[in-house]
Structures are given as C-alpha cells and as structure tokens.
Design a protein around this ligand. Sequence first.
Ligand code: PLP
Length: 479
Amino acid sequence: MSMPAFKTDAAPARPKLYSVEEAKQLDATTVRELFTAHVNPGQVHFLKLLGFDKIIVDSAQGMHYITRDGRKILDFFGGFCSVAFGHNHPRIVAARQKFQDENRHEICMAFMSQYASALAANLAAIAPGDLDMVFLGSTGSEAMEAALKVAEQAQGPARSKILHAANSFHGKTKGVLSVTDSTLYQSQFKLVENRVKVPFGDIEAVRLALESDPAIGIVVMETIQGGGGIVEAPVGFWRELRALCDKHGVLWVADEVQCGLGRTGQFFAFERDGVVPDVTALAKALGGSKAAMGAMIARREIYMKAYGKPKTALIHAQATFGGMGEACISAIEALNVLYEEDLMGNAQRQGDYLIEKLNGLRAKHPSLLKEIRGRGLMIGIEFNDISETMPFGLKHMVALLDDKLKGSLCGFIGALLLKDYDMLVAFTEYNRNVIRLEPPLIVTREQCDEFVAALDDLLSRGITKIVTDYLRKVAVAKG
Ligand SMILES: Cc1ncc(COP(=O)(O)O)c(C=O)c1O
C-alpha cells in the first residue's frame, strides 16, 4: 500500500495579510467590521451605545488622544491607571528608542537579565520593609496570580484558605477569578472553593473569620477598590488588619495594581497607614505607559519559605515574557521619571484640588451628584440613581437601547463628555452610578479646571436634556 504524498514543492499559499501601514490607515467602519468579526462582537454593542465606535485614534501625546479627524481628547480615563506617565512620555520613548538603536536583547531566559535585575532592585529599594523579592510578569492578573501562589506555597496546604472582600477585583485569569467578586466575570467557571468573603473594610467580619477558621492563611484585598467604585476602607482598618494577620499568622496580600505607583500621592496606597503587607502587586502604570509590565513583590522571609530552595525555585521562575528587556527598561525609566518629575506630589496636589472643585459641583447639582470620593488622582464621582426621576417616556426609550442605561446617568454623561467636550472618563464595573477619574499623573491645574467646567456645563442641562441630547446626538446619530 502506498502512502499518500504530503510533500509538495509548491510554496504555501499566502493569505491576504494586512501590512502595518495598511493597519494604520483602516477607517472606523472597517475597524468596526473586523472587531465584530474577529475580536468581540458583543463589545461593539457597548461601544456603539456610547458613540465610541466612531472614533479612530491616530496618535497620543501627554494628556491627549488625537483622533483621525483631528480632535484632541483630554484623557481623564488614563487607561484605568495604566497611563500614569501620560501618552508617549518623551523620556520613556527616548529610553526605548536608544535601547532599540543599540540592538539590545529582549528575551533573556537562558541568562540573567541585567534589566530585570535592576528593575527588581529598584522596586525593592522603593518598597518599604523587607518587601524585597520581585517576580516580573506582563499583567496585573499575572502579578496577582504570583502573589496568591507565593502566599499559598509559604503557608502550606493546611492554611491555604483565602479571605477576600466583597466587590473585589483582582483580575480575570482562572486563579484570581475565584477572588474577583463578580458573578458576571465568574460566570459558570469552576472556582476555587477554598475561600471566604467578607464586606470590604469591615474589621469585625475579618476578626470573626480569622478567629473561627484556622484554615484561613491568606487575606487578599485592594487597598482602594477600583472596580468596586473607588471605595476606601475606614480609617484604622489597615493597621487593625495588620495586627490581626500577625496575631493569627495570616499573610496579607495588598493588591496595588490600580491604586499603586504614586497615584494616591504615595508610591503604595497602604503607606499612608504606616503598614507593610506581606505581599503586594503592581502592574498597569509600571511599564511607563508604553509596555506591559506587572510585578509581585514579597517579603524576603515569605519568598524564601515558598521558593528559597533550588528544588522549589523553578516552581516560580518567570514566564516566557516575564522581564523582557524593553519592558524592563521602560519601567526603570518610568520609576526615575516618577521621582524626578515629582509626579506623586502632583498627584496629591491636583487630586486635592480636583476633589475640592468636584465637591463644589456636588453642592451646585445635588439632585445629580451623590458623592465625590477618593485619594490623589483616583477619584470616584457617584451620581444619584435616576430610575425614579427620569421621565417615564425617556426611561422607556433608553431601556429599548440597553437595560443598563435605565437607572444610571453615567453612560449619558460619559458619552456626552466625549461628544460635546472632547473628554474621556472611565466607567465602573460593579457600580453603574460611578464614573472613575484616573487621569495621568502629569495633569495640570488648568486641565482639571477644563474638566470641571465641562462637567458643570453638562450637568447644568438637567436630567431631561442630558438624556434627550444623548438620544439625539449619540444613540441615533449617524456617521
Ligand atoms: C486591582 C486590580 N487588580 C488586578 C487587575 C488585573 O490587571 P490586568 O487587567 O492587567 O490583568 C486589575 C485590572 O483592572 C485591577 O484593577
């Protein structure tokens, strides 16, 4: 029996591939079609609702996105804190350019990387106490996976139960999904059962849990909840948590992926309370707003217990892209910029100013604005629920577009800020009534004034006009 001939001399057929130059030139209609066909059709529905699907960004500089049609959009979203250094910070861009011009290596798994080592040393120098051991990855989820793994490995199987907070967000990968408190994200996935949930900031609930269940060996919490709607624990909570963890031999993992890296005016948000967790995680802004970079930082003693022996070291070794050259040098330059340009001081000053101005707006528009909260440049604007106050006819019309629009002003506000004022804000996963302001740490007082004036002008239209303007200009507008 003869075998079928698989060998052929013909070159494989080349599919039609976009070139880089062609990708740069794609128009909004084509991008929408490709995104729908190959990326996420459901997401296009939400982008359309907000009018975001009509925009193609051609470049970005500092505080602004520049669109294809020449609009300059002021970025108060900041990529959920990942654009802390502004878009294309000149020093970070120059460091990357030089690195490329010198043909430096990117992937260095066979040898020790001087860039990864220097970045780790910088992070250890910045982090308080003996938070000295660093794992580099590419995302916040990866950093948080590493954080929970080092804690679990150090505690051993008898104490591997994790206590986490209601409304928490720690990422969407399969491990951390179990402590991300969202039925939406958790969907029907099989989760880790070895976990227990308490209300965020409720020290008595933590005390009760730790006293009653010795299997709990790990507490994981965001220092400021981002996805939960910019929520802080009450004053004194972190000190009491630290004391409780020490008393019960529990490891505290502080998720600083969103709130860390200077955003609150201090490098880590937990530093305000003069406490040090056992493990922490950074990501988002760490790559200088140019590279994907995440880091887990553990106390040396805990790290050594988990992975300190040659036999255990490889359980933990970095993944393929952990500590890539250019990502590391972007982070190294970013950390230097953070101090040399006093971005933490700016975050504190502009944040205080913005919160004061926004509280002024709350006093002026009490029927619309419920609360302004946050620290530094991590600010939540909570709007009143408008389920009851929106005129019935309008309620019906917006519900036809999407049920999510019914009780919340945020969608209309975000869409009109972009449409009429060229300003971008962020929404919030778990609380539809909260808009997040997380602008780059380079924001100026004038830009804060510009933002507040635009929001004031928009809110002065009142609920009915805001909703009808949204319907007319965004929901049913063509082009
Ligand atoms: C507090 C927190 N932890 C973890 C993550 C996950 O980060 P990434 O999206 O980079 O995986 C996020 C992302 O928003 C976050 O806000």
